[in-house]
Structures are given as C-alpha cells and as structure tokens.
Design a protein around this ligand. Structure first.
Ligand code: TLP
Length: 352
C-alpha cells in the first residue's frame, strides 16, 4: 500500500470518467473564446453560483488575485482576515500585483466582525488609502475548514456594502460549506460581488478554478487573466474534468466530512493533541500540539510529520505546533484507520 496522503485535498487524481471526458472533449482556442467545453463549464458555474458570468482560471490563487486587481486601484486598502489564504499564502500578491495594501483583521471565527470593519474604514482624506475591498473566505482553511454561517456572512456583507466596500469571497471550498450546511452555493455567492471556487480541491479536477461575478467584472477579469499569463488555449481538456467535478463530485464530499470527523474523534483523546471534534465541520482536521504531553522525541509538528511518514502517513505542517490532515477522494476508510493507528503508536509509546 502506498502512502496515505492527508496533506491536502489538492493531491487527488482525476477519476476515470474525468479521464474519459478529457480524452474526447470538444476543443477550441479559449483565448479567442471559442472552446465549447470551457464555455459550457463557465455557463454551468455562473448558473450554480447565481452570478451573471464565470471565468475559468488555472488556479485559486490566480482567481483571487485577478479579483483583487479588478476591484482595486493602486494605493487602495484591502481588508482581509489575518489567517486568510489571500493574505498568508499568495506570495504577497496583493502588494505585488495590485499595488494595494492590506489591513489584516484577526477573528478566530474566520469572519471579521462589523465592529472590526467599522474601525478599519478609512476617512475620505487624501492622507489615507481608500478602503475599497473586503476579502472573505468560506470554508476557512486556517480555522480547520470551518463553515462560516450564512446569516453571519449576510450581516457582515450587508454592512460592508453600505460602507462602500466591494466584497470578494475566496470560496476555494465553498461546495464543502454547501454540503455541510445544506445551503445553495448561490446563497454564499450572493454575499459577495465576486467569488472564486476551486475544481481541484475536493472536487478532484487536475487543474482549475472558477471566478464568478457580473458581466462587467468578468470582462475585466478576462483582460487581467491574459495579463497575468493565464489565458490557456485548448483549455477544454481541463474544463472537461471540471464539468465532471460539478456534475458528479459534489455529493461525495459528505464522505470526506464523515472521515474527517472519524479522525478527529479518534485523535482528540490522545496525549498532546488539542482538538475539538465538534469544530470539525468539513474535510480539514487541525491538530494543535501540546508539547508538554508529547513524547520527548516528538516535540514539534515537523517531528510528528516525520514520524507519521515512517508509518506511511503524510500530513501537512501548518505551523511549528500545528499539523493538518485533509480528507479527500483518494483516502478511504483503510487510510483513516492507518492514520489513527500511526498516531496511537507514536503518541502512546513511551519510547517514540
Ligand atoms: N490552499 C492550499 C495551500 O496553499 C495551503 C491547501 O493545500 O489548502 N484559497 C484557499 C482557501 C486555499 O486553501 C487555497 C489552496 C487557495 C485559495 C489557492 O488555490 P491554488 O492552490 O489553486 O492556487
């Protein structure tokens, strides 16, 4: 048996039906707008999310950065949650690609509060940057795949809109929120002017994300995608897999959520692991380590990940003392059992 890979839900291989669809996709040149498979995918994404138009982009990062660029002018300020992907993990793209500055707001529920936003809004004064955009994330990766409740998002986005902010939603895993809360993706998307979601996280496409918004927004985003080097030619090969993601892969996310819960319930009683199973909403399990309870040879996330690898279990380091496990199509019940046994062996053994 190969390694049980819990590093991310980005590691999935395309399904046989994706491989088949890719091999016989109708193709054209998408930069000219005439790839029929990309056009079908964009139409379906717009329909599901309730937005006017959609754009197929190579990655979630590019989708977020295009949106931020379209919504801002150089010198503007973008309000971000301090642990959001756009702020932490996109290579400083907001500064480099949009020439905008960020105001990070810390909120452990994953959604900045109205009060925080109110205090961050700049006056209309030439000394100050213009507060122009609020970026939200749902599900929230750094808060363990937490689903931000729709009513809270609606309240915050209503306030932000009244205050003149535009809103971009990083919905890389918005289908996980949809499955957990049984709320249509379009309801989450309605809280924002633009949303990005990934076909390649959980939904198993090999490549690709979608950016959705108004007709006018997507027209500008299309220009920006070309500028960022993301105009792809016979991209229908990839879009064919993306169509299967939306048509066939959403329902199975429930299994990933159930496996994440099983992992959380089995790992939370172990010494040195700080984890509350009821906070595991979707497919991400974050383990905060309590070194004082851990074996002396396993004091950091790196030590633990190394020991897990020796047991053929791959996990992801999310900080010195934080390990992340993510469930997805290519880890089944046997992998979950193997991971639980590996943790027990490492953490319950005196001589680990
Ligand atoms: N996240 C990756 C890593 O970058 C951490 C992962 O393994 O989870 N938004 C969110 C919320 C994401 O989690 C990710 C990927 C992205 C955007 C970026 O997507 P890609 O990797 O397609 O650029």
């Amino acid at each position: 048996m190969s390694v049980s890979d819990f590093r991310s839900d980005t590691v999935t291989k395309p399904t046989p039906s994706m491989m088949h669809a890719m091999s016989c996709a109708d193709l054209g040149d998408d930069v000219f707008g005439d790839d029929p498979t990309v056009n079908r995918l964009e139409a379906l994404a717009a329909q599901i999310t309730g937005k006017e138009k959609a754009l197929f982009v190579p990655s979630g990062t590019m989708g977020n950065q295009i949106a931020i660029r379209v919504h801002t002018r150089p010198g503007d300020e973008v309000l971000v949650e301090e642990s959001s992907h756009t702020f932490l993990y996109e290579g400083g793209g907001i500064a480099a690609l949009s020439l905008a500055q960020t105001w990070p707001l810390r909120n452990e529920r994953g959604l900045p509060s109205i009060n925080q936003i109110q205090q961050a809004l700049r006056p209309d004064d030439p000394h100050c940057p213009r507060s122009s955009l609020l970026c939200l994330e749902n599900t929230h990766n750094r808060y363990g795949g937490r689903v931000v409740p729709l009513d809270e998002m609606e309240e915050v986005s209503g306030f932000a809109r009244k205050s003149g902010l535009r809103i971009h939603l990083d919905g890389a895993r918005i289908f996980h929120a949809h499955v957990h809360a049984d709320i249509p993706v379009s309801a989450y998307a309605a809280c924002a002017d633009s949303m990005m979601f990934c076909l390649s996280k959980g939904l198993c496409a090999p490549v690709g994300s979608m950016l959705v918004g108004t007709d006018e927004f997507i027209a500008s985003a299309r220009r920006m995608r070309k500028m960022f080097g993301g105009g792809m030619r016979q991209a229908g090969i990839l879009a064919a897999a993306g169509l299967i993601s939306l048509e066939e892969m959403v329902g199975r996310l429930e299994k990933d959520h159930a496996r994440a819960k099983t992992l959380a319930e089995a790992l939370s009683p172990l010494p040195g692991i700080d984890l509350t199973p009821k906070d595991v909403h979707t497919n991400i399990v974050l383990l905060n380590l309590r070194p004082e309870e851990l074996p002396s040879t396993v004091q950091t996330a790196q030590d633990l990940i190394q020991r897990l690898l020796e047991e053929d279990v791959a996990a992801f380091m999310f900080g010195d003392r934080v390990v992340r496990l993510v469930t997805h199509k290519d880890v089944g019940d046997a992998d979950v059992e193997r991971a639980i046994r590996a943790f027990q062996k490492i953490l319950l053994s005196k001589s680990a």
